[in-house]
Design a protein around this ligand. Structure first.
Ligand SMILES: NC(=O)c1ccc[n+]([C@@H]2O[C@H](COP(=O)([O-])OP(=O)(O)OC[C@H]3O[C@@H](n4cnc5c(N)ncnc54)[C@H](OP(=O)(O)O)[C@@H]3O)[C@@H](O)[C@H]2O)c1
Length: 239
């Protein structure tokens, strides 16, 4: 199956590598292929330059966002920085039409002034926009009415999403939300292929609000566990 991952950050790399390992033909999207391959410095999260990573993952094809989306048979994963995702995805609406878009982005604003900052080991905690009465997932769905948007993956580090058994023997919970049941089933099937056994359907896409707002709790738990840069733990809904 041909599957696209939009995004060259750490999360996108985790999905691209896992999908290739599972036998998918993987197309990764970026703004500017030449520019991305010309980078020589690690990104802001310390990930090595993309060209270096790609050399260790032969068979993965890097394309402009629109061409990567067009190459996918059914599933496109969105790993574009949350603040810029709606604009970037709207520009490729035609290439995403009819496909399932699994969105794990968080609408973080990194540089912001606030009266009551939350100092973290890596700077002030970013703020969410939108939040509370809207979500990035819903904004993407409104911008792409011909695409089936599913919010998922967002409550975990993506390295854990693609390898759930690395934490607690895989005994933890992943969520999906969206307005298209067939797209949620495709997402659940993909998660099952990653190794997930407990995938909880939260219902309509409006539930993306809670999933995105959980980002602060995810960081807080990570700090509580002494894991400053991305927490490797699971959350389980006990019932
Ligand atoms: N990493 C995780 O484990 C994780 C977990 C949960 C949620 N998230 C959220 O998921 C999203 C992606 O995270 P990530 O770590 O995989 O990658 P990231 O470093 O946050 O984002 C990288 C991608 O965003 C694109 N991008 C940045 N600015 C852009 C702009 N102005 N216009 C268009 N595209 C732009 C980059 O394009 P280029 O390729 O052209 O540079 C790159 O492909 C973020 O919102 C993050 O908060 C991440």
């Amino acid at each position: 199956m041909k599957t696209a991952v939009l995004g060259t950050g750490g999360g996108g790399r985790a999905h691209a590598a896992k999908l290739a390992e599972l036998g998918h033909e993987v197309y990764v999207g970026t703004r500017d292929v030449e520019g991305t391959l010309a980078r020589t410095e690690p990104d802001m999260m310390g990930n090595p330059p993309y060209k270096q990573w790609l050399a260790d993952h032969p068979g993965i094809t890097l394309l402009p966002f629109g061409e990567a989306a067009a190459a996918a048979d059914e599933i496109v994963i969105n790993g574009i920085d949350g603040h810029n995702a709606v604009t970037a995805l709207t520009a490729i609406a035609d290439q995403l039409a009819g496909k399932t878009l699994i969105d794990y982005a968080v609408p973080f604003i990194y540089q912001h002034e606030t009266e009551h900052p939350w100092p973290t080991p890596w700077g002030v905690m970013p703020k969410l926009d939108p939040c509370d009465t809207d979500s990035l997932g819903e904004r993407i769905q409104r911008a792409l009415p011909r695409t089936k948007v599913v919010k998922s993956f967002v409550t975990q580090e993506q390295t854990t999403v693609v390898d759930p058994n690395a934490v607690g023997g895989g005994d933890h919970t992943m969520f999906v939300a969206g307005d298209h049941s067939d797209a949620k089933q495709q997402t659940t099937d993909l998660l099952t292929s990653y190794g997930w056994s407990d995938v909880l359907d939260l219902g309509p896409l409006v539930c993306a609000r809670g999933m995105e707002m959980y980002a602060h709790m995810h960081s807080a738990i990570g700090f509580g566990l002494g894991q400053q840069f991305g927490g490797h733990f699971g959350i389980k809904v006990v019932r």
